[in-house]
Design a protein around this ligand. Structure first.
Ligand SMILES: N[C@@H](CCC(=O)N[C@@H](CS)C(=O)NCC(=O)O)C(=O)O
Length: 169
């Protein structure tokens, strides 16, 4: 059984799906999409209902979302199990998974200030406009290396306000 895991650099739900695949012993290749372009690829080219990753292709199917993927993996390869067989325990695990996805996942994106700003620094378009700011120095100290280097994909009009602010500093 072979799989392809589409993600984004730094995506924690994609990391979680990678861990599920490793736990199940399923061979997979991880493909990191370019941020923002990923939305078009996932929605338009792959024809999926949401514009987000993780997306897994496996056994001729395309599955989107970490919780949907965990269930499909359990169906395709029951052993070793991701969910307990006891109904009460399974309910508790599913509830923990729901909480992690619905309530914890997004606030972590917001509170991890150093990591978020460090992610911003992986955009070639943005880097020269922001890297002299104290928040970026903090981000580089907190996260010295960060996987990913996004090519210049932003329309010039989006960058203009940042350019003017940088020139005024
Ligand atoms: N809640 C979803 C994750 C959805 C999500 O927000 N994915 C992010 C990456 S961690 C994404 O694709 N962001 C791209 C964008 O919003 O453009 C899950 O657990 O599968």
């Amino acid at each position: 059984m072979k799989a392809r895991l589409y993600g984004l650099p730094g995506s924690h739900p994609t990391m979680a799906v990678g861990a599920m695949l490793e736990y199940k012993g399923i061979d997979f290749r991880r493909i990191d999409l370019v941020p923002f372009l990923s939305r078009v690829i996932v929605r338009r080219a792959m024809g999926l209902p949401q514009n987000t990753v993780p997306v897994l292709t496996i056994e001729g199917r395309r599955i989107q979302g970490s919780r949907e993927i965990s269930r499909e993996l359990e169906r395709l390869r029951p052993e070793p199990p991701l969910f307990p067989s006891d109904a009460g325990q399974r309910f508790a695990v599913e509830e923990a998974e729901r909480w992690g996805e619905e309530e914890l996942q997004h606030p972590i994106r917001q509170v991890s200030l150093g990591a978020s700003v460090r992610l911003l620094l992986t955009f070639q378009n943005l880097r020269p406009l922001i890297e002299d700011r104290p928040a970026c120095r903090l981000a580089r100290r907190a996260v010295p290396t960060y996987a990913g280097d996004a090519p210049p994909v932003f329309p010039p009009a989006w960058l203009e306000p940042l350019r003017s602010a940088a020139a005024a500093r």
